[in-house]
Design a binder for this molecule. Structure first.
Ligand SMILES: Nc1nc2c(ncn2[C@@H]2O[C@H](COP(=O)(O)OP(=O)(O)O)[C@@H](O)[C@H]2O)c(=O)[nH]1
Ligand SMILES: [Mg+2]
Length: 303
């Protein structure tokens, strides 16, 4: 029986097992180094990790070291908050990232998830830069039967954010998922635009005099592996991010980059994108992730 996660990570784990030739009881530093390079952990982190390990590395030792890498400063996972119906909070989630990272698809997946948690969800078509982006999110809305608030191509996305929040409050929605544009070639514009969306959204929420939260989630393309860290840092510098979601892990052998992303940004990884449909979203479980990787390196132990 393969779990969804082990299916998703199959390219990464197959690469590891075939590099090793067979599963081991202990790994040498050279073997581990080669595996981690292939799995796209960034080299600085590989060196740091190898320094902390003995010459012959047991599964237990590596498990401990891996766990440490994913134990990011425990910023409370905003997705963990359990709300009772009596303390209704309007949650606004701004979805940020470069073009093609998987923002709009992830919005559809999150919307589907929240809908199944009986939350009333509104989508905001905030990528007004590309006409096709507005059509794309509208198509998802239609398919999932979730309303989408949109404006015309080229219009100010912060005005759309304001309208979506005001509308969501008036109509008693629980969650607003706001799409954003991801073009990188005009970074100053992107920065200013993002900052304005955040400012306007915060203002709109503050004026409502109701419990609310504004979260900023960064979407990273998993097929880019550790090379996505530069862009991730750019976004983290522009605004205080609340968490990361890594997409397209189904199509890559660069699963080791998850460690690099978590370490370099010090942010929780919340979800993994594991396909193109609305159901292809996995809550990130560090223990499970680590054990899946270890299973491809070591003989099974009885723990
Ligand atoms: N295989 C796979 N494809 C994905 C995943 N997430 C998004 N995609 C695809 O990546 C492409 C870009 O996604 P999109 O949501 O439009 O990216 P955006 O530009 O950031 O909004 C689309 O073809 C999606 O179907 C994922 O987790 N796995
Ligand atoms: Mg999009």
């Amino acid at each position: 029986m393969f779990s969804l996660l082990s299916q998703t990570l199959q390219k990464t784990t197959n690469t590891i097992t075939s590099l090793l030739g067979s599963k081991k009881d202990k790994l040498t530093k050279e073997e581990l180094e080669e595996i981690l390079i292939e799995a796209d952990m960034d080299y600085e982190l590989i060196e740091k990790l190898l320094d902390s390990l003995p010459s012959y590395i047991s599964r237990e030792a590596l498990e401990k070291a891996f766990c440490k890498l994913l134990d990011t400063p425990k910023i409370q996972n905003p997705e963990d908050s359990q709300q009772t119906l009596s303390d209704k909070v309007l949650e606004v989630k701004l979805i940020i990232g470069v073009n093609g990272a998987g923002k709009t698809t992830t919005i559809a997946k999150l919307a589907n998830l929240y809908k199944h948690q009986n939350k009333k969800v509104l989508l905001g078509a905030g990528d007004t830069f590309r006409a096709a982006a507005i059509e794309q999110i509208k198509a998802w809305g239609k398919r999932l039967n979730i309303p989408v608030l949109s404006t015309q191509h080229g219009h100010d996305p912060s005005a759309l954010a304001f309208d979506a929040i005001t509308h969501a409050h008036a109509k008693k929605y629980d969650v607003v998922l706001l799409d954003t544009a991801g073009r990188l070639h005009t970074q100053t514009n992107l920065t200013n635009e993002l900052l304005k969306i955040i400012r306007v959204s915060q203002k709109a929420l503050d004026s409502l005099h109701t419990a609310h939260s504004l979260q900023k989630y960064l979407i990273l393309d998993g097929t880019q592996g550790s090379s996505s860290i530069t862009q991730a840092k750019y976004f983290a510098d522009v605004c205080k991010l609340d968490g990361i979601m890594v997409t397209k892990l189904d199509g890559t052998s660069k699963g080791g980059a998850i460690f690099s992303i978590a370490q370099n940004l010090g942010l929780p990884i919340l979800y993994l994108g594991i396909g193109e449909s609305e159901r292809d979203l996995l809550v990130f479980d560090a223990k499970n992730f680590i054990n899946t990787l270890l299973d491809s390196m070591f003989h099974q132990t009885n723990h």
